[in-house]
Design a protein around this ligand. Structure first.
Ligand code: RVK
Ligand code: MG
Ligand code: MG
Length: 329
C-alpha cells in the first residue's frame, strides 16, 4: 500500500464519519426514510452540518494526535471541553451529563458510572472510534484494548465497550483491505467474531452473516425503484428486526457492518441505505461511512459533498495528522 493511498484512506474515514453523520442527522429518529429523500438532500446545495458523532471523533483524533496515542485523562478533558464549546451538537443525554461532571472536576472514571450505574451502553463510544481504528490499524491487539479504554471514558458498560471494539476493528480491517478486490466476507466476520464476547453481539454477528448472504443481489447496488422498492423495504424490515436501529451500541454497531458489507465498493450507497433504515440514522450512517471511507479513501467521496461539509478542512486535517504520526513525520 503506497503512502499516498494510506493517507487518502485516513482522510476518507474521517470524512466518511462526518458525511454519514451530516446526511443522516436530518432524519434521526424517523421510523423510516425513503431513498429519494436522502438523494434530494445529497443533490441540494446547503451546508451539511454534523452532530456529536463527528464532534467526538474530532476530539478523539485531536487527543490521539496531541498525545501520540491514547491517553484517557487527556481524552476525557478534550471531549468534555469540546462539548462545553458546542453543547448544541445533539449529544446523547448521558454523554452530555458525563462531560458536565468532568468539567466540574469529577474524575471520568467516577462520572461514567455516576450517570448510568454500570456505565452506558449507548453507541457514543463506537460512533467516535474511527480515528483510533486508523491509528492502531497495524497493531490489532493494541487496537482492541485501546478501543475499549477510550470507550470507558464515557461508556463503561461492557456492551458499550464491545461495540467500540467491533467498530474500531471494522475500520482497521477496511483500511487493510485491498479495494481492488472484493471484501472477504467470511474473513471479516471471522475476525470480528473473534472479538465478540457477549451473547447479544455473537448472535447479531451470526444474523449478519445470514442477512448478508440473503442480500447478495443488492451488493454494490442501490436498488430502490419499482418492485425493487418493495424488496428493499422487506430487506430493511429484516435488518431492523435482526440487528436493530437504535441508540444503544448493540442495536447499531452490527447494523452499520451490514451496510458496509452489502455496499463496500462505492461511498454513498451504504450511507443512503443506512439512513433509509430509520432510527439512529446519523450514527449508523456515520459508522458505515467511517468503514467505507477507510476502504475506498477520499478519492471515492464526491468532492461537492466534501465542499458542503461544515468544517471539512479541520476534519481532513485530523486524518492527515493521524497519518503523519503513523508515517513518522
Ligand atoms: C441524540 C439504561 C441506557 C444505559 C443504561 C440508553 C446522539 C439510554 C447520537 C440513553 C447517538 C441512550 C446517541 C444513549 C449517542 C445507555 N441503562 N439505558 N446503562 N446506557 N442507555 O446517553 O452518547 O443522538 O436510553 O450514554 O451513547 O447521534 O439515553 O449517550 O445517536 O442509551 O446520541 O446513551 O448517545 P447515552 P450516547
Ligand atoms: Mg448525533
Ligand atoms: Mg445518532
Amino acid at each position: 500500500m503506497t503512502a499516498y493511498v494510506l493517507e487518502d484512506r485516513f482522510v476518507g474515514s474521517m470524512l466518511g464519519t462526518a458525511l454519514g453523520d451530516a446526511l443522516g442527522a436530518p432524519f434521526e429518529g424517523r421510523a423510516r426514510v425513503t431513498v429519494p429523500e436522502v438523494e434530494n438532500l445529497i443533490a441540494g446545495r446547503g451546508q451539511l452540518r454534523y452532530t456529536d458523532d463527528t464532534h467526538m471523533s474530532i476530539g478523539l483524533a485531536q487527543s490521539l494526535v496531541a498525545r501520540r496515542g491514547l491517553d484517557e485523562d487527556h481524552l476525557a478533558q478534550t471531549l468534555a471541553e469540546n462539548h462545553g464549546l458546542e453543547p448544541w451538537r445533539g449529544y446523547g443525554e448521558g454523554s452530555a451529563r458525563v462531560f458536565r461532571l468532568i468539567r466540574s472536576g469529577v474524575h471520568w472514571r467516577e462520572a461514567a458510572v455516576q450517570v448510568n450505574p454500570g456505565g452506558s451502553y449507548g453507541n457514543g463510544g463506537a460512533i467516535r472510534v474511527a480515528p483510533l481504528g486508523l491509528f492502531y490499524f497495524d497493531r490489532l491487539r493494541e487496537l482492541e484494548l485501546a478501543a475499549e479504554r477510550q470507550s470507558a471514558v464515557t461508556h463503561a458498560n461492557s456492551l458499550g465497550k464491545e461495540g467500540a471494539v467491533l467498530q474500531a476493528a471494522a475500520v482497521a480491517y477496511a483500511l487493510r483491505s485491498d479495494p481492488r478486490k472484493p471484501v472477504d466476507i467470511s474473513q471479516f466476520l471471522g475476525y470480528l467474531g473473534s472479538l465478540a464476547r457477549s451473547k447479544v453481539y455473537r448472535e447479531k454477528l451470526r444474523s449478519l452473516k445470514d442477512l448478508v448472504e440473503q442480500s447478495c443481489p443488492w451488493q454494490s447496488e442501490l436498488a430502490h425503484r419499482g418492485n425493487q422498492g418493495v424488496e428493499m423495504e422487506q430487506e430493511m424490515a429484516r435488518v431492523r428486526a435482526a440487528l436493530g436501529n437504535g441508540v444503544t451500541a448493540h442495536d447499531s454497531v452490527v447494523t452499520a457492518l451490514y451496510f458496509f458489507l452489502t455496499s463496500p465498493d462505492a461511498f454513498l450507497p451504504g450511507i443512503i441505505r443506512a439512513i433509509s433504515l430509520g432510527g439512529d440514522t446519523d450514527s449508523i450512517a456515520a459508522m458505515t461511512g467511517a468503514i467505507t471511507g477507510a476502504r475506498l479513501g477520499r478519492g471515492a467521496i464526491p468532492p461537492e459533498l466534501e465542499g458542503r461539509l461544515e468544517n471539512h478542512s479541520l476534519i481532513e486535517e485530523m486524518g492527515t495528522r493521524l497519518y503523519e504520526i503513523k508515517a513518522g513525520f
